[in-house]
Design a protein around this ligand. Sequence first.
Ligand code: M6R
Length: 357
Amino acid sequence: EKGTYPHYMLKEIDEQPIVIRKILKEYSDNQGELKIDQTIVEAIKEADRLYIVAAGTSYHAGMVGKNFFERLANIPTEVHVASEFVYNTPLLTEKPMFIFISQSGETADSRAVLVKVKELGYKALTITNVPGSTLSREADYTLLLHAGPEIAVASTKAYTAQVAVLSILAQAVAQSKNIVNGIDLSHELSIVANAMDTLCEYREEYEQMARDFLSDSRNAFYIGRGLDFAVCLEGALKLKEISYIQAEGFAGGELKHGPIALIENGTPVFALATQENINLNIRGNVKEVVSRGANACVISMKGLDMKGDAFVLPEVHPLLTPLISVVPLQYISYYAALHRGCDVDKPRNLAKSVTVE
Ligand code: M6R
């Protein structure tokens, strides 16, 4: 039920801090230590490479997950769009392990890959919000998102839940491999939940940002590097699917290889700056677009912020920034769609679960 909320999407964005806390609870043992079913951890440890398969927003969560498995647990990881994987299967390693990410657990493109994976005799884990869903039943293992029903077609809380569960899984594997990475993940995720609470208090600012940057635009660009790039793809998807503004995410460094030709006077460009090692690079990219007339909206993280930034995010662990940088982008998309009179919860041409290939 959406209660006093005008739209499910707004309610689901607001629920994200609660969902992170729920996930922390569901994946903690009696001592408050994060815990994942040991059989799943072992299956991942045995693999020489992980193959994450998903579609849409879940694919974007997978892009973030790759960083967790590689940086926390030292496991090479590839992320694939399900519809591509099924007909253009990459050369697999000797001991692959598959991770399917799907809010609904019903996405036909992902199911087609899972059928193939099973035929080949490989193991698969499904990370889903829906217990008993097809992808869950057909995989060897399941991890639940515990995000509660997601009704709005535009996925919000399922994305942050996917990212959080992936971080917990990667850290559980790291611990089991005795890798010391110095991250107290449960503590860091609590900080994320608190940061999300703070972010939910700035709705008026996001609404104003939607007005300032997206009022009359036919298109919008999102630029970022590393983890920020993954979030840019998600921010652009969110905007295009509900507001019908043409929106594209680019890796900051790719701008000069083509996309910068699209920048005109007033073109909105959202830039994310949450990563210290590439802060100056992305700032350079912002300068490049501004000098060509772009209306740049820089969203940075505290400590990396600079004069003129449109919004400064509370500080969280650098690996977990995708959980919070996405929040303003979700709200901005929501308000942009609202201002255009779009059907926020049920955008045209889209279904909540895509059960045809
Ligand atoms: O249920 P799934 O996570 O498998 O769905 C995948 C995509 O269809 C989904 O994320 C879609 O891109 C959303 N509408 C994005 O907001």
